[in-house]
Ligand binder design. Structure first.
Ligand code: 7TS
Length: 407
């Protein structure tokens, strides 16, 4: 099947705009992807025609909004091949999902229990565990990286002790692009009686995810990084664990019965969905999954891989003094780099003036930056709609600004 890039781009009006009089080249997809028309149209439709609070009204509109949200849950279930929608919880995003697991599953841990993280984690998969450590006296251990940015699996194996209870690891690094062997890591965690939580924020937009094939206990991601609306995230958790976990937040809709003598919880997944959810976002999320499915996640991955290879090769061949961080085999389409001793911010600012949106800084991965001995990088990250022509113009722009940075 032909990868019809013009048709794909036509879904994204924003790609036609300019910045500072230059055509926009959007290469900040790891931060957030752009949103195709069917998703935005669905948001409009929900507000114009179906807005009512969910799960609580007898009236028609409330039923429509509830049905639309529940279709979003089913789309999420299908997208990651979760066994049941009872195991699919809507959150505000990856950050909230990780906080939910650390906070709620964390209450089942005892002082001295150990949690394994990796050096390449985003702060949202570090800080919630640190908060737990200060509340419950758990111990955090950290898997280092090898020089190509892949995880040191020998070190991972060696970190397990009879106190290891949880592993929490990103599916893919937002800085290095490294795709971690999460199925293998899940097997190892389970051999040691630990549960494994996967931060899939950078996984789902690029990799076909099957939580049953991976064998993980939790899988967490954000809609806004996969062409969906902001403010919506998904947490998949194995039923048997979710059943044992206390609620994360209390409020409406998460209860069975409330009295001042004691309160019982709602069934899954509602036990973890206190208050009015972003049902508009949940409904529009369905359209994001459908849009990805209409192209095929494998076709998107293959296209992004081409962009990654092409851009990386040209950068290495043509930009003097370029340093790329992360070259693990099978990495996803994220290129973090520095040019000579130029400050990442200066490079990013000059690129911006030429119409290229990239991210600069520590990318919410300060421990990783420390381990690399740098303060930050410039990061270009690709999505389904980026083109080889954009990649070429990006290289040309880098060649143009490199001498300015040297000065
Ligand atoms: N985990 C990873 C691996 C991420 O890349 C991000 C966001 C998050 C968690 C948090 O996701 P959120 O949707 O809850 O904010 N990463 C980035 C980034 O790389 N640039 O901006 C946000």
């Amino acid at each position: 099947m032909i990868y019809d890039i013009n048709s794909i781009r036509s879904y994204f009006p924003i790609l036609g705009r300019s910045v500072y009089g230059k055509p926009l080249v959007y290469l900040d997809n790891a931060a957030t992807s752009q949103t195709p028309r069917p998703v935005v149209d669905r948001i409009d439709e929900m507000y114009y025609a179906h807005k009512a609070n969910v799960h609580r009204g007898v009236h028609c509109l409330s039923q429509e909004a509830t049905d639309a949200m529940e279709l979003g849950r089913e789309a999420a279930r299908r997208f990651i091949n979760a066994p049941s929608t009872d195991e699919v919880i809507f959150t505000r995003g990856t950050t909230e999902g990780l906080n939910l697991v650390a906070s709620s599953y964390g209450q089942l841990l005892e002082p001295g229990d150990e949690v394994i993280l990796t050096v390449m984690e985003h702060h949202s998969n570090i800080v919630p565990w640190q908060l737990l450590a200060s509340r419950r006296g758990i111990v955090i251990k950290v898997v280092p990286c090898l020089s190509d940015g892949s995880l040191d699996l020998d070190a991972y194996r060696e970190l397990f002790t009879d106190r290891t209870r949880v592993v929490s690891v990103c599916h893919a690094s937002n800085v290095l692009g490294t795709v971690n062997p999460v199925a293998q890591m899940s097997r190892i965690a389970h051999e040691h009686g630990a549960v494994i939580c996967i931060d899939g924020a950078q996984g789902v937009p690029h990799i076909r995810v099957d939580v049953q094939a991976i064998g993980c206990d939790f899988y967490i991601f954000s809609s806004h990084k996969m062409y969906g609306p902001t403010g919506v995230g998904i947490l998949y958790g194995r039923r048997e664990l979710l059943d044992r976990m206390p609620p994360y937040q209390g409020g409406g809709e998460m209860i069975g019965h409330v009295s001042f003598d004691g309160t019982t919880w709602a069934e899954l997944p509602y036990k973890f969905e206190a208050g009015t959810p972003d049902y508009v976002g949940a409904a529009a999320f369905t359209r994001a999954v459908e849009w990805i499915d209409s192209i095929g996640i494998d076709a998107i991955a293959a296209h992004e891989h081409k962009l990654l290879e092409h851009t990386t090769r040209r950068m290495i061949d043509e930009i003097d003094g370029i340093r790329i961080f992360g070259s693990a085999p099978g990495k996803c389409a994220v290129i973090s780099f520095l040019i000579d001793r130029a400050h990442h911010y200066d490079t990013g600012m000059l690129l911006d003036k030429l119409g290229f949106a990239v991210r600069t800084g520590h990318h919410c991965a300060q421990p990783l930056m420390q381990s690399l001995g740098i303060e930050g990088t410039v990061r270009a990250s690709f999505a389904a709609y980026n083109t080889i022509d954009e990649a070429d113009r990006f290289i040309d722009a880098l060649k143009r600004i490199a001498p300015l940075l040297d000065a």
